[in-house]
Design a protein around this ligand. Structure first.
Ligand SMILES: NC(=O)c1ccc[n+]([C@@H]2O[C@H](COP(=O)([O-])OP(=O)(O)OC[C@H]3O[C@@H](n4cnc5c(N)ncnc54)[C@H](OP(=O)(O)O)[C@@H]3O)[C@@H](O)[C@H]2O)c1
Ligand SMILES: [Zn+2]
Ligand SMILES: [Zn+2]
Length: 336
């Protein structure tokens, strides 16, 4: 099969990916093989390619926003059959035996494996994956290219949103307005939660208002009009944490979404931290992925996206790396 492979990490401008022929994988026991239709581009792909995250296998096929059609099933597969629509997200495998796996908190499994990092991902014609992590998509009526961007920012945003414990009528703050915050905004508004967005770029402020935010501005320049019940911080900017905590009422929760962050300093514990809870988003759960996809289908959540041919992947990564993408999500079309 054709696949883009990464053998050696390098700056994305040096074009570290190669489009080449590799052996087509076969479905082993408990696995399905998916003929990939589309795979969405995530910034994490660039972090792996450039070496911000270690290279855990080589050669490696990147990509973890995968939508396709099951074209082969291994022995003992019960939930999928050939012809089913299926997806694969960042969650690729957990041990199934540890205390976390046994209590529905597999996101904390010490043996968790990620798609397109520990295992080959979606910038290829086929992928094999255990059926118990594959996401069933037969009931999702959105187009594959609309589903792909939901697979990482969508699921992660939903997981972060659940950690806020926001309820109908409460006030939720979103700091940063990228693809992840967009999905949270849509879910929160459908639950009659008031949403206050802080983001710097005028385009993001305008987008947030157009997408239904109750208020949007750059809080470095303009004070939020009220205190918040809870908030999510998306950018990896540790300096935002104390101001956000100070904006959240006692008993409220601040969720930190990034996978890494600049240092977080709390100077005034008593005023700004005392009485609030900090949560961090740590990997994703299969149950949250299933829940979110059902909600996204019901609400017809369609993140802004542009489709590119398979051959253009490397150019797309360069564009995304330099913040030059014209729309928030790029999706690579792999087959019809
Ligand atoms: N924990 C997990 O398992 C997991 C999984 C997936 C994603 N994530 C995290 O979720 C976050 C959101 O990802 P995303 O792709 O949706 O968005 P993103 O593009 O990483 O950034 C979100 C927004 O934050 C704002 N921003 C960036 N740097 C900033 C800074 N220094 N100060 C203030 N605002 C800043 C930007 O808007 P403005 O320029 O308009 O301010 C941007 O649109 C990322 O940090 C990612 O690592 C975590
Ligand atoms: Zn991702
Ligand atoms: Zn485990």
């Amino acid at each position: 099969m054709k696949a883009w492979i990464l053998e050696k990490q390098a700056k994305i401008n040096e074009r570290p990916l190669k489009l080449t022929e590799v052996p087509t994988p076969h479905a082993k026991d408990g696995e399905i093989r998916i003929k990939i239709l589309v795979c969405g581009v995530c910034r994490t792909d660039i972090h792996i390619a450039e070496g911000d995250l270690s290279l855990r296998k080589t050669p490696l096929i990147l990509g973890h926003e995968i939508v396709g059609i099951v074209d082969d099933v291994g022995n003992n597969v019960k939930q999928f059959k050939v012809g089913d629509k299926a997806g694969v997200s960042w969650l690729n495998r957990t041990c199934g035996k540890c205390k976390y796996c046994l209590s529905g908190k597999e996101n904390y499994c010490p043996d968790i494996k990620s798609t397109g990092w520990d295992e080959d991902g979606g910038y290829a014609e086929y992928i094999t994956v255990l059926e118990n992590v594959a996401l069933p998509l037969n009931d999702i009526r959105l187009e594959p290219s609309d589903i792909a961007p939901l697979m990482c920012p969508g699921i992660a945003g939903y997981a972060a949103f659940k950690l806020t414990k926001a309820r109908k009528g409460s006030k939720l703050g979103l700091y940063g307005f990228g693809p992840t915050a967009f999905c949270v905004l849509k879910v929160a508004k459908s639950m009659d939660i008031e949403v206050y967005v802080s983001t710097r770029s005028p385009k993001n402020i305008e987008d947030a208002i157009n997408q239904g935010a109750d208020w949007a501005a750059d809080t470095a320049k303009e004070q939020m009009p009220c205190t918040l019940g809870s908030a999510i911080v998306f950018p990896p900017a540790g300096n935002l944490v104390e101001p956000v905590l100070s904006q959240v009422e006692k008993g409220g929760t601040v969720v930190l979404a990034p996978v890494s962050s600049s240092p977080i300093v709390i100077e005034n514990y008593t005023e700004n931290l005392w009485g609030r809870t900090i949560e961090t988003l740590y990997n994703l759960k299969k149950s949250e992925a299933d829940e979110f996809l059902e909600i996204a289908d019901r609400l017809k959540i369609k993140p802004e996206r542009r489709i590119f041919p398979f051959e253009d992947l490397q150019d797309v990564l360069i564009t995304v790396r330099h913040g030059k993408a014209k729309v928030a999500n790029s999706v690579i079309k792999i087959s019809d």
